[in-house]
Ligand binder design. Sequence first.
Ligand code: UDP
Length: 148
Amino acid sequence: FCTKFKNTKMATNRTFTMIKPDAVANGHIGNILAMITNGGFKIVSLKLTQLTVADAKAFYAVHAERPFYGELVEFMSRGPIVAAILEKDNAVEDFRTLIGATNPAEAAEGTIRKAYATSIGENAVHGSDSDENAAIEGAFHFAGREQF
Ligand code: UDP
């Protein structure tokens, strides 16, 4: 019973997102939050913040060996971001659908990246790729008392 409760009410119903520095600088915070809430997601944690270089390196450590890592760290730390934890049934998968493909040239109509991303690197939003990473990334940005 506990496992079932956990899977249906906790583990699979939250994801983590960032509105990246490009979209914040371009004035898209309000429109992106509107797409998120219109998509059926409830905002359970929210803040405007900025990653240090060390924060960005740690957050994207999984990409440390990729050729774009240095550029990604520079980009993600260059200005304010909005961090948020979102709640919805099937949150991780449904949010990946809402944000669209990493490369905006391949992103479907109606997705956040189709509307606001400018390149494969500066692609407006982040969305966790698994329930496990959603929990890790949410905890990276929000103390326990900031998670509602
Ligand atoms: N990225 C990049 N160049 C690439 C691929 C990815 O700059 O060729 C950046 C981009 O900002 C992307 C992030 O690295 O969102 C993480 O890459 P991932 O493949 O995990 O894409 P995502 O899960 O964000 O769609």
